[in-house]
Design a protein around this ligand. Structure first.
Ligand SMILES: Cc1cc2nc3c(=O)[nH]c(=O)nc-3n(C[C@H](O)[C@H](O)[C@H](O)COP(=O)(O)OP(=O)(O)OC[C@H]3O[C@@H](n4cnc5c(N)ncnc54)[C@H](O)[C@@H]3O)c2cc1C
Length: 508
């Protein structure tokens, strides 16, 4: 599969090495899906090869190949195996970024080499009260001397019961102030075998036949302060670091699944004869295969761009949620197309297409729903891309009377008074008929600070000449001339306009 020009020789070698190992392990992976057993043997071999440490720095026993290396491993393994691949992602996300970004030096030295050698990890966020609203968790951790005592439950945990260590988020504060600032949570590592820590139930999840998913129960589980990642109240920060990594890896996994779709769909259609010719000769099938190729290329480009800028130390808040959502949707759309191209065999369990169809849907949910990802893209996007979201200032063309982009700032700003502000609002009615103006918009035309402009707007509102939107504190943040204001600012004729081809006899 395509290697990106910015990959190092080590990244290229890693891709080849993972592929070579997975070639050997693929038959066993399929068998374990039929027998519904977790293939510890496969996982041990992946760990022994050091692939679970791809994203861990060399000084902590890893390969030091960054987020790009971790994505290469996730993608290659998923090309062969939806289930085992998810556990590798689970293992990697089960601590790597949280520890690297928020852990102490001792914690990094203790846990990262274990992860690099393949020790299974889990992440415990979700609870019966905490889904998309992850901050709504109720599992409580109470400080008791040098320990915290954990009580509560987690659910939907990939690898529950299989994993050796669990990153668990818990409530450590409950004041309105702590909740408002997202300082009410803390992160802990809990080890399998801790007294009072049990799997409550194991429930199968669509598409994950050989990987357990289940609920965890904590009854007076004693966890040493040394196992807290970050400080008391840092849980939300730790959780978000982990989620960004998880989302990027999930989208790398989606690339792997999309590759599997191509590996089967194209040769299948080249060999399947209907109406005396291969079904790949049908235009409908060609179009679907073209879409699968396009989505795969776009997903991979997004994944490896995100991991590249991650490795450069750049902010990936938007990109990691974006690739997760896009990758899941692309996989689902391609699984639908691939199923259609292979028809009956597309839903036959003797081929992998139906399995990818199923796991693609779970990726609409795991690691944060598509809606949650879009919420992050929306909120972070508005902040980080504010400069790109400025509507150009527009004015009425003197020749045509229609709105056109204005060149540069206004030549001469108006003085601050009621008449001028009203005239600006009325002029804006001609340009943006249905929109209010922000204080900043008005300040492009009037020389005024916020306080002075607010006072004039309040006066206009008192006179019933404008409509206003107010902040919770009562200040005006959006204003617009109402009908009375428009009439006071200019004669009715000023607002009339129609294109030249609408002659006078066709107007009234
Ligand atoms: C395969 C799989 C593996 C998982 N692995 C783990 C794991 O290892 N560890 C773990 O902790 N959890 C895990 N989860 C849980 C997963 O993170 C949650 O299921 C997910 O966050 C959604 O929570 P929920 O199911 O409670 O849905 P809800 O939060 O109840 O959401 C229901 C619907 O409402 C929408 N919705 C809710 N709030 C909003 C909003 N504010 N704006 C827009 N839409 C909204 C959601 O998008 C969704 O469509 C896993 C889930 C799956 C399916």
């Amino acid at each position: 599969m395509e290697k990106f020009p910015w990959w190092s020789d080590e990244h290229v070698k890693l891709q080849k090495d993972v592929r070579a190992l997975m070639d050997q392990l693929a038959p066993r992976e399929i068998e374990s899906r039929w027998t519904r057993e977790f293939p510890f043997d496969i996982y041990e071999k992946i760990g022994a090869a050091g692939f679970t440490g791809a994203g861990i720095p060399k000084e902590y026993g890893g390969m030091g190949l960054g987020c790009t290396g971790a994505c290469i491993v996730a993608e290659e393994i998923h090309t062969y195996s939806p289930g085992v691949g998810r556990i590798v992602v689970g293992n990697m996300m089960g601590g790597v970024r949280q520890l690297l970004d928020c852990g102490t030096e001792e914690q990094k030295k203790k846990w990262l080499p274990r992860i690099a050698q393949g020790e299974l990890g889990c992440v415990g966020i979700t609870e019966m009260t905490a889904g998309t609203d992850a901050s709504g968790m109720e599992l409580e951790a109470k400080l008791d001397g040098d320990n915290y005592i954990l009580n509560g439950k987690k659910r939907f945990i990939v690898g529950a019961g299989l994993a050796q260590h669990y990153i668990v988020y818990a409530l450590t504060g409950n004041t309105p102030e702590e909740r408002k600032k997202y300082r009410h949570l803390s992160a802990f590592i809990v080890e399998k075998g801790a007294p009072g820590f049990t799997t409550e139930r194991i429930n199968e999840i669509l598409g994950f036949e050989n990987v357990q998913n289940g609920s965890l129960d904590f009854e007076n589980v004693v966890v040493s302060k040394e196992n807290m990642i970050g400080g008391h109240g840092d849980g939300w920060k730790v959780l978000m670091e982990g989620l960004q990594f998880e989302r990027t890896l999930i989208s790398a996994s989606a690339s792997g699944w999309q590759r599997t779709l191509l590996q089967y769909t194209v040769p299948y259609a080249q060999r399947r004869i209907q109406f005396n010719k291969p079904t790949i000769d049908q235009a409908g099938n060609q179009s679907k295969i073209a879409d699968i190729i396009m989505r795969l290329k776009m997903t991979r480009l997004s994944v490896y761009y995100t991991s590249y800028i991650w490795d450069l130390g750049m902010d990936v808040a938007v990109e990691s949620s974006m690739v997760k959502a896009m990758g899941a949707e692309a996989t689902m759309a391609s699984a639908m197309d691939a199923t259609q191209v292979m028809a009956g065999d597309g839903v036959n369990r003797f081929y992998p297409i139906q399995n990818i169809f199923e796991v693609a849907k779970t990726d609409y949910i795991a690691g944060g729903t598509l809606e949650a990802c879009r919420l992050v893209v929306f909120r972070s996007g508005l902040k980080l891309m504010a400069e790109d979201m400025k509507m150009p200032r527009r004015e009425i063309s003197k020749i045509l009377g229609v709105p056109v982009p204005a060149v540069g700032p206004v030549a001469k700003k108006l003085a601050l008074n009621e008449e001028n502000v009203l005239s600006v609002l009325a002029e804006d009615y001609r340009v943006n008929q249905g929109l209010h103006m922000t204080l900043g918009d008005i300040q492009e035309y009037v020389t005024a600070d916020d306080a002075g402009l607010s006072a004039v707007l309040e006066e206009l509102a008192k006179q019933g000449l404008i409509m206003a939107q107010r902040t919770k504190k009562g200040g005006i943040y959006l204003a617009k001339a109402n009908y009375a204001g428009l009439e006071k600012a200019y004669p009715k004729e000023y607002y009339r306009w129609a294109p030249d081809f609408i002659t006078e006899d066709r107007r009234f």
